[in-house]
Unconditional design. Structure first.
Lengths: 338, 847
């Protein structure tokens, strides 16, 4: 596959991404990391899971992103009584045409904001998750393709909260990354009070990019070069989660794929047409941590998967770990414990 | 539990026991010893199995050893052939006594008759019990080295030959194995890590134990290799190459060889007791008379035995430089008999580094670096061997008259100091005896003659080679009780008694004149001989012959003319003129006499290290200077290697583009050199042929096509060189790289930690960025002026590093040492692979 990619494309990407980020940041104060990661996931054709306590701006982030892009956006508020057909759509009988007619559900949009996804019943959750993976909806034997780009931004409350159905591991695995919003800095919170005091800034938000632009960007990201050592490094990182004694469940091969994809987007947003280990290191925690189950011992020590992944990053040698000039070969026993 | 340890302690003992091989002629000692070790291991294993208390195990092992020895050596007297009885005990005791006798009687490769085998097996068994007790019961494996060392010293002490290095490796490996087993046991006891996953896969105990054991093994292998290689490399040890044990200060106690040559007395006895009289040398003499040929002169009496101050051979005393130094104490005017001899040493004589010569030799014509010791006129070489040597010698042997000797004055102080010294614990009975025997004589000469007469005549001594022992008790035994001995006892006793009587004396070891066969004198091993030399001022050293000659004594011994009392009253007429000459104040000549013996201990301070010291032509200071210079040069080698590597990389960096062609377009990110580039994932190319030492990623860049290909390769080579140089540079200045650190984070950390100025920070970032491109991007891109960046980074590093580190980075760059270490690691890896060729059970730690 000979890919033509010129400087302009990459510069466009950087510029567009910057515009979108600025737009979002005019709504969400002091969360540039989160915003950047959101953009990364968007460009990597992934789905984002935002997890945090209520009221830190999860929905605001999702809406801001949706608003910044001139594309159909649907929002679904997940409740315990929500049915699968409320998401995918239903075939309704049209009395005029005397035919069954498909009424598309909210998933037929470019960006779907699933609010409080863990409040819905597992059955409903899984209806959405199928769409995420397959990019299609099948109702009454008819398959309907979803539009591209398609991104699900789901928010959820920590599972300790009341009235929630935690997402099963298999479904968490479908999300490219999970981020936590975190509380804003005092200064950011102060500014928020000033800005949000009068009117919702969301209303003033104008779209800064079109669907076509986003599609082109996604195309550009696909052409970012991933060298062989980087691929190996990604595999090493993911494999390390599978052998770590602190984890009961390691990351799946799908996560390797998504990690590399996200790293491409990350590199492209930095204006690079090749992936470096730093991209992987920056993304490993958000991309991998939510898929992992800590072992009983790690739980006992209150070690979160995030910490475990951070440890693994420190332990797995980067492709150029060995000295360039015939330095010591990798020592046995270095790296993850086998 | 400690089964392994028991086994390895036995193995270590066996390995060290094998080094006893040079002491024995047969092999039955080995099997007996191994049997003893096996039984002791088995007992130890059983004791461990049944959890016998630690203190009881050695007792059990001793009992088993006792039963084993009884069954092996005294089965006939034992009850049911194995249970020790009183008779069996006595049989063993008798065998032991006989064994000790044999050990005394025979020289080094002793026949392994039952007595000696018994002693050996018992000794090795005892050592095995001790090693087991220390290593297994007391868990002090390192201490178990002491009994092993004791065993190891035995052959080293007795046999003059350096121990063969394979034997040393064996012994060292045995001990190392024991230590390793102990270490393994210890590590095993740390138990498993607390945080071990149990849900999936295998739960392993302490995963780091493998690495520990590996490094332990490597340390052991390296230490043994160094112990073997280093001595071979150090030039000063050349004369006695590897493991020249048995080197000690003079008079080092019982049986200690004080010199690196075979203990003269031991070899003398060994030669005399050889069954065949092999020819040692033949000679022709101008006067066709037999001459005693002396090799060694033993001047120190320790109370135990006579030993030798190590001789000193100065370059100006090389025999090829002309006449030998004048004989000490000899003054012109004393009549001499000149004899010229042509001596041929047999081809079968090994390791002879001292020439058999008549005393005093005045000229020696021999090929090689033979040097004379000024005080004793021993002629020796540290480089050449006398094997098959043919040489001529001229000697002027004094033929003094009785009057001359009787009139001899008191000896000079140096002679007194060196040759009258007696140990303070010399039994008074010997002093008394010496005085009694010579009570009627007045002059030293007469006393000497009387002593010789007493030994050979009215003292009722008899000659018998089956005599043993040195030491005061042996001396008393010889002089007072048994009066049976051979030349060693006679010579030693007479020399001691002469010293008692204030006559300077020493013991000469060499050969008698041998037997005449058709005009040629043949000297055989049975002509090995020891005789006393006594000093008379003005005449020098004169040989005496206290050993009985003839059929009942040493066949070819003959007393010199001057030592035999005349049958009649002495006719003093013609001799009076000589003493008048010599009676003149002798100090006038002898003060200038360069032959006066100096304090040997001062001279031979180095002698304790290299026993036979040969002073080299240049004096000490330039030699030290040369050594220091050599050392400095050696120390500069890492710096040199580093400099070479740097300049090589800079050359790569500054090399012009292979094809000048169109001017290089500065490549923007993502712009391939020729507009398009295929993602083909072509095989990696080595970027810098010179840096092929193992950079795994160097030059892994995608394939390039056409014109851009060459350029990209060129860029990649330059970047790889710069990256390698930066890596070394950082290492030299003590910046360690974490394996998980990316080039980018490295640059950030280093510039922060070292407080780089913006320019240096920019340079460092530039290098890491282009390295990143080279490593991970499709095309490396034009690196720009990396050499400038490198220089800037180096300056910035040097500016912030402490002075010590700066000097070290220049003179002893750690990166070179790292390379050396990497080389060593590869060697050791090879060794590990060799080792893993062995068939072995998969490792499993006993729970």
């Amino acid at each position: 596959m000979a890919v033509s990619h010129d400087v302009g494309q990459l510069e466009d990407l950087v510029a567009t991404a910057h515009r979108i980020r600025q737009a979002i940041e005019s709504v969400i104060e002091g969360k540039s990391d989160v915003v950047r990661l959101t953009m990364t996931v968007l460009l990597a054709e992934g789905h984002l899971l935002i997890e945090d306590v209520p009221g830190v701006g999860k929905t605001m982030l999702a809406k801001a992103l949706a608003r910044s892009i001139d594309c159909p956006v649907r929002r679904v508020q997940f409740t315990p009584d929500l049915l699968p057909s409320d998401i995918t759509g239903v075939s309704a009988y049209n009395q005029q045409t005397r035919e069954f007619e498909f009424k598309p559900g909210p998933v037929f949009a470019n960006i779907v904001v699933g609010d409080e996804i863990n409040r819905a019943s597992p059955k409903t959750q899984s209806a959405l998750l199928e769409c995420m993976e397959e990019h299609q909806v099948t109702v009454d034997g008819t398959t309907y393709e979803l539009d591209s780009p398609f991104m699900v931004i789901a928010t959820q409350n920590p599972i300790e909260m009341e009235g929630t159905y935690p997402l099963p591991e298999a479904q968490r695995d479908r999300f490219t990354a999970r981020i936590a919003m975190g509380y804003p800095e005092p200064a950011a919170e102060l500014e928020m009070l000033d800005v949000h005091g009068a009117a919702s800034p969301l209303d003033k938000l104008e779209p800064v990019a079109t669907t076509a632009e986003i599609k082109a960007l996604i195309e550009a990201v696909r052409s970012v070069y991933v060298s062989h050592p980087i691929k190996r490094y990604a595999i090493d990182l993911v494999a390390a989660t599978r052998t770590s004694p602190d984890l009961r469940l390691g990351a799946s091969p799908r996560s390797t794929l998504q990690l590399v994809r996200a790293a491409r987007a990350h590199a492209a947003m930095s204006g690079r047409d090749y992936v470096i280990p730093d991209d992987l290191q920056d993304l490993a925690i958000p991309v991998l941590a939510h898929r992992l189950l800590p072992s009983v011992e790690a739980q006992g020590q209150r070690r979160h998967p995030e910490q475990v992944v951070a440890d693994l990053i420190r332990r797995v040698p980067v492709p150029d770990a060995q000295s360039a000039a015939g330095g010591a070969p990798p020592r046995r026993g270095a790296g993850p414990r086998q | 539990m400690s089964m392994r340890l028991s086994f390895f302690s036995g193995l270590a003992t066996a390995a060290v026991a094998v080094t006893l091989y040079p002491l024995f002629a047969g092999s039955s000692w080995l099997w007996s010893s191994l049997g003893a070790i096996l039984l002791i291991i088995a007992t130890g294993l059983l004791a461990t199995r049944y959890r016998l208390p630690g203190w009881l195990t050695p007792l059990a092992q001793l009992t088993v050893l006792w039963v084993y020895l009884t069954a092996s050596f005294a089965a006939d007297d034992a009850w049911a052939r194995i249970v020790p009885t009183r008779d069996a005990f006595f049989t063993l005791a008798e065998l032991t006594a006989r064994g000790f006798d044999d050990i005394q009687r025979f020289a080094a490769p002793v026949p392994d008759n039952p007595g000696i085998t018994l002693i050996t097996a018992a000794g090795v068994g005892l050592i095995a019990v001790m090693v087991d007790a220390l290593a297994v019961r007391a868990r002090r494996a390192a201490l178990a080295g002491l009994p092993l060392l004791a065993l190891f010293i035995v052959p080293a002490e007795i046999v003059a030959e350096p121990l063969a290095w394979p034997a040393f490796i064996l012994a060292a490996a045995g001990y190392t194995g024991l230590l390793a087993a102990d270490g393994r046991e210890r590590v095993g006891r740390w138990g498993r890590a607390v945080l071990v996953r149990r849900t999936r896969g295998t739960a392993r105990p302490a995963a780091d134990a493998g690495g520990l054991r590996l490094s332990g093994k490597r340390v052991g292998v390296t230490a043994i290799a160094l112990a073997i290689v280093l001595p071979a490399l150090i030039p000063t040890l050349e004369p006695n190459p590897l493991f020249g044990f048995g080197v000690g200060g003079p008079g080092n106690g019982r049986n200690g060889n004080t010199i690196s040559i075979p203990n003269p007395i031991v070899s003398l006895k060994g030669q005399l007791t050889l069954p065949d009289n092999a020819t040692v040398l033949t000679y022709r003499s101008s006067d066709n008379l037999p001459h005693y040929l002396r090799m060694w002169s033993l001047d120190l009496f320790t109370g135990e035995q006579w030993t030798m101050t190590p001789p000193t051979g100065r370059p100006q005393d090389r025999v090829e430089n002309g006449p030998l130094p004048p004989p000490p104490g000899f003054r012109a005017g004393v009549p001499t008999k000149r004899a010229q001899m042509n001596i041929q040493i047999s081809e079968d004589i090994d390791d002879l580094q001292f020439l058999p010569l008549p005393y005093p030799a005045t000229e020696v014509g021999a090929e090689g670096d033979w040097r004379a010791d000024r005080s004793t006129l021993m002629v020796f070489s540290t480089r050449d061997y006398a094997e098959g040597l043919q040489y001529t010698v001229t000697s002027d042997q004094p033929a003094p008259t009785r009057d001359l000797l009787q009139a001899a004055g008191p000896p000079g102080p140096e002679v007194v100091e060196r040759y009258l010294e007696l140990p303070p614990d010399l039994p008074p009975r010997i002093r008394q005896l010496a005085r009694e025997v010579t009570a009627e004589e007045v002059t030293p000469y007469d006393k000497a003659v009387r002593l010789q007469e007493w030994f050979t005549g009215d003292g009722n001594f008899s000659y018998n080679l089956q005599t043993q022992g040195h030491g005061n008790s042996a001396l008393i035994d010889f002089l007072i009780n048994s009066r049976v001995g051979y030349c060693e006892q006679f010579a030693a006793a007479m020399a001691v008694m002469a010293r008692v009587l204030d006559i300077p004396a020493r013991v000469a070891i060499g050969y008698t004149g041998g037997t005449n066969v058709g005009g040629t004198w043949q000297v055989g091993t049975h002509d090995s001989h020891a005789w006393p030399e006594l000093y008379f001022e003005g005449v020098g050293w004169l040989a005496f012959e206290p050993t009985p000659a003839g059929a009942l004594g040493q066949g070819t011994a003959r007393p010199p003319d001057y030592s035999v009392p005349p049958p009649d009253d002495p006719a003093t007429g013609d001799a009076t003129s000589d003493p008048s000459e010599s009676a003149s104040p002798d100090e006038t000549t002898s003060t200038a006499d360069p032959t006066a013996p100096r304090n040997p201990r001062l001279e031979d301070r180095e002698g304790t290290l290299a026993p036979v010291v040969t002073e080299e032509d240049p004096p000490v200071a330039p030699r030290i200077g040369a050594g220091v210079a050599l050392l400095v040069l050696l120390l500069l080698v890492p710096a040199l290697v580093r400099t070479l590597a740097r300049s090589r990389r800079l050359r790569t960096l500054n090399r012009p583009l292979p094809d000048p062609g169109p001017p290089a377009v500065r490549l923007g990110p993502g712009a391939p050199a020729d507009g398009t580039a295929g993602i083909t994932g072509a095989p990696a190319e080595r970027a810098d042929p010179a840096d092929r030492t193992g950079h795994p990623m160097a030059g892994i860049t995608g394939a390039r096509t056409g014109q851009g290909d060459a350029r990209a390769r060129h860029y990649a080579a330059g970047v790889a060189a710069a990256w390698a140089e930066l890596d070394d540079l950082l290492y030299d200045y003590g910046v360690t790289r974490d394996p998980s650190e990316t080039p980018r984070t490295l640059a950030q950390r280093v510039s922060q930690q070292h407080g780089f100025d913006p320019k240096a920070t920019e340079s460092l970032r530039h290098i890491t960025t282009v390295a990143e491109r080279m490593l991970f991007a499709r095309t490396p891109g034009d690196p720009g002026l990396l050499s400038v960046d490198l220089r800037r980074v180096r300056r910035a590093l040097a500016a912030t590093a402490p002075r010590g580190r700066r000097i070290r980075a220049t003179l002893m760059p750690p990166s070179t040492l790292r390379r050396l270490r990497a080389l060593g690691t590869r060697l050791l890896d090879g060794w590990d692979r060799l080792e893993s060729l062995r068939l072995r059970r998969p490792r499993r730690t006993t729970p």
